[in-house]
Write a protein of this length. Sequence first.
Length: 303
Amino acid sequence: MSRKLTTALAAATAAAALIVSLVGCSSASGTGSDPTSESGKTVKVGVVGKSDPQWPAFVAAAKKEGITVELVDFGSYEQPNPALAEGELDLNEFQHIVYLAQYNVKSGKDLQAIGSTAIYPLGLYSKKHKSVKEIPSGGTVAVPDDASNQARALLVLQSAGLVKLKSGGTALSDVADVDTAASKVKVTPLEAALIPTSLPDVDAAIINNDFVKDAGLTFADALTQDDAKDASAQPYVNIFAARAKDKDNPTYLKLVEIFQKDPAVQAGLKKASGDIGIPTVLSAADLQKVQATVESDVKAHKN
């Protein structure tokens, strides 16, 4: 994590008076506008994991407020952002700020974070070993191949003493940053959705939370994980995203508020995360400040 990014995140966090609780207690809309101003419109929300218990609760809670939500389920992380950018969706909720920032820089699109949901610690799992210490020298550890999750995965491995990163580790690290001579294990990047089925073939793997169950594991099985409460983890808060022209849409902001405040939604979120998710409330404005800083760092990293 760069000093610039860490400083900006700390300022954004302080300005937003970040609240971590099971039920958010601040309004994400702040507009007082009628959420049904787009009467009769169905809001299409792209997700990865439509069957997770927070989503049926979210649809029901929105219905009570006069908003019809249609969930559009995707099987991989690569799909919801292009669908949103092309107007096939109105919102999506599946990613953290770093992932969104990297998508925008790479694609030239301008999707914007409009509301926070939770931070999920990222864990290391194994079918062969019961502790980090058991992972042998020269062993193989799989990490996600998408840029944002790969950087975070490498930071987890470095914290566990399994790898050493030449740069010291940042939100933009990749496998080329691994100092192989000074590292205990070899790192192999794989598509996130394929890692669960590949787990028996490696010594351990960083598995994104959406795919832990696919590996026949629970979150409690993690050998180690990062600290989601640390300020440096703030770029990894999960968010609702919208097209830039819709970032102030009162209906969409009302949906964020419903997600953050409805008890049934929050209970579903807690259940889906195996109690590891930390529900988090940041204002849209402060999320966008963090996003802008990350995007600036990504652009600088490319040059």
